[in-house]
Design a binder for this molecule. Structure first.
Ligand code: NAD
Ligand code: FE2
Length: 398
């Protein structure tokens, strides 16, 4: 038996934000960050005001959000009792909103309300809160708008640790994809968040929990990202905006999230979550390179699936083995084209920082959920060795 969970409705395309006015909410709680407050909040408020919705804005979400900020938002939710939570921002904002909701619903559980969340647990969250969730992504990357997972950092530990948590009830009631919101994305964010979407598609296709529905979504997302990301990046560097092309990446990110959240992530994300939290590297800066190592590590276990991706990328070869090598090499060039460093060393991590944090790095990656569904088994020694290669930028040869 398999459970495939999807958002209830997706509104996309030009003027999609106007749909907000049609829904007539009474009391909206908008979760956002300071940059989105400056750039785009007014567009959402304008629509809500058309139906005289009362609005409260919580704009304190930092990049890579913490359990602590989520706790603060949950307290305000309990005070104002909204009928809709609107997350306006990138993955950080949407994940924070997803964390606040169950904490508001079960205040007696404190941080356990989210730390102990199990994906299939019955929360009855809509009934308990009389509220729904709308995700309005402003990056084209995480796919968090369509997933039921959230990645939150616990700052109370000696070394900050990122933990993925989730529950199927946290999937959005409504997703609004309006291209006007992604017009302001700078080149580096287009590249990094686009790589995140591409890696969700790759992970979602290689995972051991893959299924025919997720395959359909992630294969198309892969193709859209592969074909459009380098062009969008080059254009953005030259201050050109081809909104139709950016829209392709916006949709790709959503459907990649939709797919992988129903088939899971793999080693690339275990490495990225761990390195990201230990060395404070934003997810969009480290997931792309980590995926290259994950592809190399999994190559001999999944040559057929990696060859499928190569065919989607337009590569040709006589065998699956040849094609999978070609895809891995093409992916490396793809990263270089997007001006991404390939190693932790080139991301600015020193040998001393690496050695000091090695145990946490291995421990966090080993215990990340991405390992459970990785096609090739991963143990302590493997992770230790992989990270040494990741630090130096060496091709995996074991
Ligand atoms: N829940 C999931 O399924 C899932 C999946 C992957 C990643 N994540 C998590 O999502 C977080 C990262 O999210 P992200 O990559 O979207 O970045 P982000 O939300 O942290 O945003 C990065 C920066 O971009 C800015 N920004 C956002 N939209 C913009 C726009 N339209 N124009 C200009 N600037 C804009 C933000 O203000 C912020 O400064 C990480 O914590 C990561 O672990 C979650
Ligand atoms: Fe990701």
């Amino acid at each position: 038996m398999w459970d495939f969970t999807s958002p209830r409705k997706v509104i996309f395309g030009e003027d999609a934000l106007e749909y907000l006015a049609e829904e007539s909410f009474n009391n909206a709680f908008i979760v956002t960050d300071p940059t989105m407050k400056k750039l785009h909040l007014i567009k959402v408020e304008e629509q809500l005001k058309k139906s005289n919705t009362k609005i409260t804005v919580f704009d304190e979400i930092p990049g890579e959000p913490t359990l602590q900020v989520v706790q603060k938002g949950a307290k305000i939710l309990a005070e104002i009792q909204p009928d809709v939570i609107i997350a306006l921002g990138g993955g950080s904002v949407m994940d924070a909103a997803k964390g606040m909701w169950p904490m508001w619903a079960s205040p007696e559980d404190g941080l356990d309300a989210i730390e102990g969340l199990h994906f299939a647990e019955k929360l009855d969250i809509r009934k308990k809160t009389n509220c729904i969730l709308i995700n309005i992504p402003t990056t084209s990357g995480t796919g968090s708008e369509a997933t039921w997972a959230a990645v939150l950092t616990d700052e109370s530990k000696t070394v900050d640790r990122k933990a993925s948590m989730g529950n199927r009830e946290l999937v959005a009631d409504l997703i609004i994809l309006d291209p006007i919101l992604i017009k302001t994305l700078p080149a580096h964010l287009i590249a990094g968040t686009g790589l995140d979407a591409l890696c969700h598609a790759i992970d979602g296709y290689l995972t051991t929990y893959r299924n025919d529905i997720s395959d359909a979504l992630v294969r198309h997302a892969f193709k859209l990202c592969w074909e459009n990301l380098p062009i969008a990046f080059e254009q953005a560097k030259n201050s050109e905006i081809d909104l139709e092309l950016r829209e392709k990446l916006q949709i790709a990110a959503t459907i990649a999230g939709w797919g992988f959240s129903n088939s899971q992530i793999i080693l690339s994300h275990s490495l990225a979550h761990s390195a990201g939290s230990v060395f404070k590297i934003p997810h969009s800066d480290c997931i792309g390179p980590m995926c290259w190592y994950s592809l190399m590590y999994n190559k001999d276990t999944e040559p057929q699936r990696i060859a499928d991706l190569a065919r989607l990328a337009g590569l040709e070869g006589a065998s699956d083995e040849e094609l999978s090598v070609k895809l891995i090499n093409a992916y490396r060039k793809f990263l270089i084209k997007l001006e991404f460093p390939l190693s932790l060393k080139d991301m600015g991590v020193t040998r001393e920082q690496y050695e000091t944090n090695r145990e946490s790095l291995i421990d966090f990656a080993l215990n990340d959920s991405g390992n459970l569904s990785n096609p090739r088994p991963v143990d302590y020694e493997d992770i230790e060795k992989i990270f040494e290669y990741v630090f130096e930028g060496k091709e995996i040869d074991f």
